[in-house]
Design a protein around this ligand. Sequence first.
Ligand code: SUG
Length: 444
Amino acid sequence: MKHFEANFDGLVGPTHNYAGLSFGNVASLNNAAQAANPKAAAKQGLQKAKALADMGMVQGILAPQERPDLHTLRRIGFSGTDKEVLQKAAAQAPAVLRACCSASSMWTANAATVSPSADTHDGRVHFTPANLVDKLHRSIEPQTTGNILKAIFSDSRYFVHHQHLPEHSSFGDEGAANHTRLCQEYGHAGVEVFVYGQEATNPQAIRPKKFPARQTLEASQAIARLHRLDEDNTVFIQQNPEVIDQGVFHNDVIAVGNRNVLFHHEQAFVDTKAKLVEIRAKLEGDIHFIEVPTAKVSIQDAVKSYLFNTQLLSMSDGKMVIIAPTDCAENPAVKAYLDELLTLDTPIQKVEYFDVKQSMQNGGGPACLRLRVAMNDAELAAINQHVLLDDNLFTRLNAWVDKHYRDRLLPADLADPQLLVESRTALDELTQIMKLGSVYQFQR
Ligand SMILES: N=C(N)NCCC[C@H](NC(=O)CCC(=O)O)C(=O)O
């Protein structure tokens, strides 16, 4: 039986725009109200995903969510025809309308936390959609995320789906963006590392002063319980609150792991030394901690370039490749670091750069765009095969984007009823292409 890591990338939806919705995410705030190009955004994402498929990785695609989210607008009291709902929301609650139009489900690292069957007591793959309660525009994602995941990983012999955690700040959960699995081989039991921003129920605990800590210890512990992990294969680490205050709003902006490598910034964690010792004790065998010093890459450069929001992947020869945004190549300090890294004696032997600037301008790098699922052959055979990216799906999705997407979108365009029609037409067709069934509210 073969074991491997599959990556499921979020397809950028037709309403991709820059609305400045994410306080604490520097790029989102800096690019607010710029013109976005949804067509280019979707194609950049597909290009990256296809390149990975061509490298021999198992690569899937997750459908975008229904936006504008008329269901939420009606739930908060806007009524009438769809057009009237949009017009009233634009006039009376423009910020809420913007939140209900975000294409943020593209960042599937925040879709869910996934524990592979090798780690769980019942030998099944466990999924918990993230509740994303810290941001209004993201808090409306989990229900549909769960529907989409269930439509793909439907076989209950292999897959277990949990409800998202209670919708309260004590259980703020941002999914796999704060979760890394380390292991020797994908099929061996690994150590699941949960990085949290704050301990919500302990007023004495340290926390950031300026920006929100979106992930709580309480949420991470709940996920570990639900996924039936135990103490021997979990480690909980607090993210350094000082870096959250400098724009590191998720752990995947400051650290990334794959198999027996943890690539992280010197300032990423609280209590780093003791936590790395704990990981070493729980994960038997060889382990590489690649720590990037501030003297070589400042926090500011890490946040700007997204050096750590890279995908660290194992190639068929067992060596590792970093999938980086072109922003890393454009940042002299980061480029120099990556060039040097390739000369060192570590499993990382290659860096590939991809232009995902449309997503980057909202604070989403290559690693934000994907949800990792470590699987085996039998599990892969049990999923909906129509979401796996091959030449045929790539061609069909590009043609679908060309047919339905705009190449310019401003926040002011979000109330345009025609955009709603375009989005629904596109998504309806997509569910047929990917054989998803009726996952959207407007189809029910
Ligand atoms: N690091 C990971 N895993 N994900 C990145 C998510 C970016 C996303 N940006 C936004 O939601 C901006 C939307 C806007 O401003 O229009 C967020 O902050 O939640």
